[in-house]
Ligand binder design. Structure first.
Ligand code: BG6
Length: 542
């Protein structure tokens, strides 16, 4: 994961007055830009969150260093955080605030998507970082965290607003939530600030554990205070999926079983499990990607138009889709779901070890690194339209794509011509090379009647000459603004587990799989191709 390097903006002023002036100047600049490039209109965010303390649990971990803090820095650098902001880093290891800030800076040098680091801007943010050593089981530590937050309200003007970000092992969530409740850090007193909780995925490991976790969280926080992250929902192209569907009139009439033959969604990664062998052994592709990223993409493709983009209006519609996905019984799992595990091979010209040879992986492991399934949605819009979903590690390339494959014409008038045209496809490239492609038939210039399929392509990077925010920037900003629309609600998470748990349970009852069953650098096991061939279809070549 190498961050794209784009030039840093000039240093920004940070006193309240200077901030206002710089925001006004930035807005003026924005207007000047939009004068010359109409596609830039509306690209600037104008809301700045309330003053607040951002309490980051698991601050020494990989996620905090790679994603969360770079996102906070980026929001700060672009004036999207309030001046009255404080980052309270919480973890077990001892550090002084200065030493910890220096470590964060070193990580930013590696992971920030905008380099070099703007020294003035970082210096201002670093002043707002405090480190709090804390053992999650230690009552006294949480008492002093509460006191520290009160002091920060007085010193930095954070106004009692607190966001607790849990970038920790899933097994630690319940304990931290219980402690926050014990010291009353969950309580929202009218006029004395809001309290919010961000929880990272995986949220549970099956339906029962997700229900239990929701129950534990709800003992302390109200659902409206809880923000469950699935970072795919913050990706620019995923958000654009909603704009594409509901901001355009011409697609909605054909977005249903009368016109769509089937839908394919692929989340392919060329990387293996890297240093996360121990985590992945417990997770596998079905829990790591299918339960969340893939099913979330499916809901956005399949949902009915919401009445608004208010969080609950949107999430109600997504929930309807998840509830309408037919949960497979053991026979259907055998027939419609394929699992795979990579063996040694070659990826992009480099030799790659097999999964069982990766660090911290059992040499006899039965964990799947690939999953593909055929799902159906039992509702009026989609009845009978298969959704083929697949995700895998060590695929030939990194590519996430949704393709809507339309039905063929009723009469193939051009079947005699060279290059009988294939049915229309609308492909949305979520990453990389973000864009949208429509495939249709065209006449080859000439005296004869040759027909070919051609692609009409929209590419983000050439159409919008602006840099896209990272998903974490979008999601952190939304949570600070109190907008939960891109976060998953308790019932949604449970409904998604309702689809995946029967699969995991059926596998547990089956004889051991013949793993490894695909070579690193291939598109997964043959059975995944057969899954579509059986229906007279093929995976789209990505
Ligand atoms: C995470 C998974 O949620 O998503 C990882 O835990 C995976 O295994 C990652 O690599 C993929 O995210 P992205 O944004 O690189 O597609």
């Amino acid at each position: 994961m190498s961050p794209a390097r784009v030039p840093a903006a000039p240093p920004v002023a940070r006193t309240a007055r200077q901030l206002r002036e710089s925001v006004t100047a930035a807005r003026r600049r924005g207007r000047a830009d939009t004068d010359t490039n109409p596609l830039r209109q509306g690209l600037r965010l104008e809301r700045v969150p309330d003053p607040c303390a951002f309490v980051l649990f698991g601050a020494t971990g990989d996620l905090a260093h790679r994603k969360v803090v770079p996102a906070i820095y980026q929001l700060w650098r672009t004036n999207l955080l309030p001046v009255e902001f404080s980052l309270v880093a919480v973890a077990r290891r001892p550090y002084t605030s200065e030493a910890f800030a220096a470590e964060l800076k070193a990580s930013l040098e590696k992971y920030s998507r905008v380099l070099p680091i703007d020294e003035d801007s970082w210096a201002e943010l670093a002043k707002r970082i405090t480190y709090q050593q804390l053992d999650f089981a230690d009552d006294a530590g949480f008492d002093s965290l509460g006191q520290k937050l009160d002091e920060l309200d007085a010193k930095c003007g954070t106004a009692g607003n607190r966001l607790f970000y849990l970038a920790v092992q899933p097994s630690q969530v319940t304990e931290i939530v219980r402690q926050l409740g014990r010291v009353g850090l969950d309580k929202e007193v009218r006029g004395a600030g809001w309290r919010r909780l961000i929880v990272e995925k995986p949220f549970g490991r099956d339906l029962d554990s997700a229900r239990l976790l929701n129950h534990e969280v709800h003992k302390v926080f109200r659902e409206s205070q809880v923000y469950r992250i699935d970072h795919y929902l913050g990706k620019e192209t995923v958000r654009n999926l909603m704009v594409f569907r509901f901001g355009n009139g011409i697609f909605e009439p054909v977005w249903n079983r009368s016109y769509v033959d089937h839908v394919q969604i692929t989340v392919a990664e060329s990387i293996g499990v890297e240093a996360r062998g121990a985590f992945y052994e417990e997770t596998g592709a079905s829990r790591d990607i299918l339960q969340n990223h893939l099913l979330q993409l499916m809901t956005l493709v399949a949902m009915e138009p919401p009445s608004s983009f208010q969080a609950d209006a949107l999430r109600d519609q997504k929930l309807q889709v998840l509830r309408a996905i037919a949960a497979p019984d053991a026979d259907q799992v055998r027939k419609n779901v394929v699992r795979g595990q990579y063996g040694p091979g070659w990826v992009q010209g480099e030799p790659a070890a097999g999964y069982r040879q990766e660090p911290e992986v059992d040499p006899e492991s039965e964990t799947e690194t690939f999953v593909a399934g055929r799902f159906e949605i039992d509702d009026w819009r989609w009845s009978g339209v298969p959704f083929y979903l697949r995700a895998g590690k060590r695929m030939p390339k990194r590519a996430t794509e949704i393709s809507i494959q339309f039905k063929d014409v009723p009469l193939r008038l051009f079947r005699e011509s060279t290059g009988d045209p294939a049915p229309n496809v609308l492909a949305m490239r979520i990453q990389p090379d973000e864009g949208i492609m429509l495939r249709f038939a065209a006449k080859v210039p000439g005296l004869g009647l040759d027909v070919r399929t051609v692609n009409m392509d929209f590419a983000y990077d050439t159409s919008f000459v602006v840099d896209s925010p990272d998903a974490y920037e979008t999601l952190i900003l939304d949570s600070l603004l109190g907008d939960a629309s891109l976060f998953t609600r308790a019932d949604e998470v449970e409904a998604a587990w309702g689809v995946v748990t029967p699969i995991i349970n059926a596998w547990a009852e089956m004889p051991p799989p013949h793993f490894p069953n695909y070579a690193a650098g291939s598109w997964g096991p043959e059975a995944a191709d057969e899954l579509l061939e059986r229906d007279g279809r093929r995976w789209r070549r990505i």
